[in-house]
Design a protein around this ligand. Sequence first.
Ligand code: PLP
Length: 393
Amino acid sequence: MLPDDICPRPSDTPPLPTQPHAAPIQLTSVWQCADPDQADRMLSGATPGYVYQRDGHPNADQLTAKCAELHGAEQAVVTSSGMSALSAAVLSQLKTGDHVVVSGHLYGKTLSLFGGECSRLGIAATVVDTCDLSAVRAALTDRTRMIVVETIANPRLQVVDMAGLAEIASQHRITLLVDNTFATPYVCRPLELGAQLVMESLTKMMNGHSDVTLGLLCGRGLDWTRVRQVVSTWGLAAAPFDCWLASRGLATMALRMERACGTALRVAEFLSSRAEVERVDYPGLSAHPQHALAARQFGDRFGSIVTFHLPGGRDAATRFMHAARRIPFCPSLGELSTTLSHPESTSHRGLTAEQRAALGITGGTIRLSVGIESDGFVLDAIAEGLARAWERA
Ligand SMILES: *Cc1c(COP(=O)(O)O)cnc(C)c1O
């Protein structure tokens, strides 16, 4: 054979007498079909099987099946990012002339999606405080098709009444879309509380290893054909290697969340006891405005994110970051290690000072993403930050 002719052929991958125990990564962009009839049947969805990666592949299906099970979902799809999962929800469920009611506490890019991108498509959005069910009801019009909320919002960690919102949505025959990224299915399963659509940024705790960007959209009682069409046609599909990594991360999600939620509660209690700290936001603290609701919805797990506010604005936050040497400043969340973020300079920098003030975000606001280290390590690292920051002041 000429060296020029060594390209992959079917004989390179004969069937094996034993099966690999760890899932193989199947990077192929295309699958060999037996004949036109087989290709036709598979592309029409009449028989299962793979033809072209953008329309589906084994690593995506393995990850999707696990995520669907975790959420008790009837339908699910994984996409190239959390934002593409939200885009799939918009493009499959909404059309020009529709109206959506969205939480004022949404992730910044989600607000841009509904406030900016959607308005270019002729889809109007009204922003309300979705913790207030009467405000949600008052914002509904006869064109409203969707309510969009986050289970636990960023960065103040407000908790929405999922069953209450689901009841409003069902009365008006509209879709409740929940971004469950801060909670994960370990803390909350919104579909079981009445939501029709749930998204997760798998980039965060679900994968948990800060090495992929992926999203999940799952649903209950919806026609999923449109979602599949949108993911393939708008090119939102997830890549095999990313799906493989996320399947591996997902296998330890419950263990990681169990550890991180436990430590986060101790961290929140510790910060509340410190004179240097002005205020602490954590749904597990009895001082949190929706603590009773959170306990009813979540049981005794309140997530791995803790937000606290230092008096003294950005200078105080900067001093703390320099002093807390073992906690890296990473403007994301849900990693193995404990990290911190600064909403004023990162996630909420697009807002005006007045808008940030209305959300209760100051220069001294710090959002901690608690990792899986021992609680002693995390508490010491924070105590070191507080002590050294003020000793320098
Ligand atoms: C990160 C995040 C997103 C967006 O997910 P990507 O995977 O970064 O696209 C959406 N919502 C929340 C709450 C997030 O934290």
